[in-house]
Design a protein around this ligand. Sequence first.
Ligand code: ATP
Length: 198
Amino acid sequence: KPKIIGLTGGIGSGKSTIAGYFAALDIPVYIADDEAKKILFMPHVVKELIAIFGNDILTEGIPDKAKIAALVFNNPEQLAKLNSIIHPKVAEHFKDWVLQNSGKLFVIKETAILFESGSYKDCDFIILVTAPTDVRIQRVMNRDGVTREKVLQRIENQWNDQKTIPLSNFVINNIDLESAKEQVVDINNLLKNVINKG
Ligand code: ATP
């Protein structure tokens, strides 16, 4: 069974970018957010969602991500309900995916909520991607065309680096891409060595 490596970081830290570098090194990467979105649109899941949240989450009969996001944003009770439907299904799907990669030494699970969801406890190693807050804010403003306030709001809803660094095995400082790529190569080699020595 491959070792599970959790890959996370605050909004705009660059975890998707880093995940791409690992994938380029032939490491299987599970993008939890993408899988969660796919699950959200499965007919039996849509039925469950409508039963709980009503037809307001639909646009022309199809679940509307923006409407769902608006419904749960800053509403812990609604968010907990949504998570209780989606999280177990993603966890199940991830387990199957790991089995499909049984020949590999390790696999990576990329998720923004590794710590918040508690799933970091199921990882053998954790990689945290960091960057200065002002840099992250600027990146997200550029990428998503959102306001500084909006980004700050999201940052406040996540565990901060002070809390997550001590729980992580590797910290990637993602300021410039060239150095980030080198850190990925180093960590990949370290992981291979450590796991092989097992
Ligand atoms: P989110 O949590 O919002 O999904 P993320 O942590 O996955 O964000 P990315 O999407 O990888 O972050 O990066 C955010 C933006 O910053 C992207 O537009 C990406 O291209 C850019 N970016 C990432 N790393 C760097 C870097 N080292 N230098 C410049 N731009 C970067």
